[in-house]
Design a protein around this ligand. Structure first.
Ligand SMILES: Cc1cc2nc3c(=O)[nH]c(=O)nc-3n(C[C@H](O)[C@H](O)[C@H](O)COP(=O)(O)OP(=O)(O)OC[C@H]3O[C@@H](n4cnc5c(N)ncnc54)[C@H](O)[C@@H]3O)c2cc1C
Length: 380
């Protein structure tokens, strides 16, 4: 069993960290306060190959795997969770759904453009009335001759306003329940499709979270992604990978909160000594570091299994559940270690505290992860 990244992976980690420190760190608070989507940085990540880490070179990807992918997401999120979630939704939800379920023509048409950053991707599963119960979707797609007519609204879609291409899951056979959902690729500018309300959020404010509205939206029959009726099953497969990326997003935020708290604890003096000399603070730091390490091991295990082609439903959920709950604790302790300055926007602790909460919610809440894990346990 190998617990270390190899030299190439360490080099990738170093170069993403340097990029994040140089190109992202100086702007995070401005982007956060103004709700600015960092499009130029995302395009730059595309040029560096970081929007297609998990795809083979023949589809314009970097030809690496999930271990490298989560390494990159962690390093980006350590500096800005918004960039982390933008890349995660683009890569492991939208692009990967096309890569996994698409036919050769669809893969060749979209994946290289998504991997290079020429196209930004979004993924629409959640609806106003169906989140955890994604199978209860109401958005419909009806076949009419050579087209599908899509009607309905998707909500909370990351990258919604910036997406050149979206994957949307809609009901094609109501009676078949979860076997009656199908996925479609819809391009920006398609008549009847538009992004709607931009959400005003607690955290991850530089990421875009939007409605996707379909009103008699006509898409050609060849935009069906995967088999008719397989949309829900494929979406669950996509989430097996996506949840590893949310574990990595969590890890990055936790590590960022820890690094800031460690640094501050050595600088801040009270009662004539650095607060890092107080056992109460040391124990917080020790617990944070230990739990972050454990979260990273679970995340890397899931990523390695994925790279080995194994089914990771339970391991992805375990990694996502543990890493996200750990990250919430670490961000909370990070604020506590900063005292009053943790509440002030001059220090990074408060932003980690706001950003991190999404991790226990997006791509399935902690409650849903426990359900998935328990289901897998009871199956065996
Ligand atoms: C910033 C952000 C970005 C997002 N990005 C995307 C995206 O790109 N694409 C996309 O499709 N979606 C996206 N989502 C949606 C996200 O995946 C959902 O919000 C999430 O799955 C929860 O669904 P919900 O909000 O409807 O909550 P609900 O399902 O209404 O849950 C409310 C509460 O009830 C609990 N609950 C529900 N069912 C059960 C149960 N059976 N047992 C126990 N407890 C239960 C939940 O755990 C939660 O605590 C995003 C959300 C946010 C906030």
């Amino acid at each position: 069993m190998d617990f270390q990244l190899n030299d190439e992976q360490l080099q990738l980690k170093k170069s993403v960290r340097e990029f994040a420190e140089r190109e992202i760190a100086p702007h995070v608070m401005k982007w956060d306060e103004e709700g600015d989507f960092p499009l130029a940085v995302i395009k730059e990540l595309g040029k560096l190959g970081l929007l297609g880490v998990i795809f083979p070179a023949e589809y314009g990807g970097a030809g690496m795997g999930y271990v490298e992918y989560v390494t990159a997401i962690e390093e980006l999120s350590r500096v800005d969770g918004s960039v982390g979630i933008i890349v995660a939704a683009h890569t492991s939800l939208c692009s990967n759904h096309i890569f996994v379920a698409g036919n050769e023509e669809q893969k060749r048409k979209y994946v290289p453009k998504l991997a290079s950053g020429e196209f930004i991707g979004a993924w629409g599963l959640t609806e106003p009335g169906s989140g955890s119960d994604a199978g209860g979707a109401r958005c419909t797609a009806v076949r009419k001759g050579d087209n599908w007519i899509i009607n309905g609204t998707k909500t909370f879609c990351t990258n919604g306003h910036y997406a050149d291409v979206v994957v949307v899951v809609a009901v094609t056979d109501k009676a078949a329940h979860t076997h009656g959902l199908s996925a479609f690729v819809v391009e920006k500018g398609t008549k009847g499709f538009r992004p709607g309300k931009k959400e005003n959020k607690l955290g991850l404010r530089a990421s875009d979270t939007a409605e996707l509205i379909f009103e008699d939206c006509v898409v050609p029959a060849n935009h069906l992604l995967g088999k008719e009726g397989d949309g829900f099953i494929d979406a669950m497969r996509i989430l097996d990978g996506g949840r590893i990326s949310i574990a990595a997003l969590s890890l990055g935020i936790a590590q960022g909160a820890f690094d800031a708290a460690l640094k501050y604890s050595k600088q801040r003096k009270q009662f004539g000594k650095a607060i890092s000399e107080f056992q109460a603070i040391q124990w917080k730091l020790a617990d944070m570091a230990t739990e972050i390490d454990a979260a990273r091991l679970l995340t890397m295990r899931a990523a390695s299994m994925k790279d080995a082609g194994e089914k990771t439903t339970m391991e992805s959920s375990m990694a996502k559940l543990f890493a996200s709950e750990t990250a919430v604790k670490c961000a909370n302790e990070g604020v506590q270690i900063h005292g009053g300055y943790g509440f002030i926007k001059d220090y990074p602790a408060e932003k980690f505290y706001r950003d991190v909460k999404l991790c226990t919610i997006g791509e399935g809440t902690s409650e849903i992860q426990r359900m998935v894990i328990a289901r897998q346990l009871l199956k065996s």
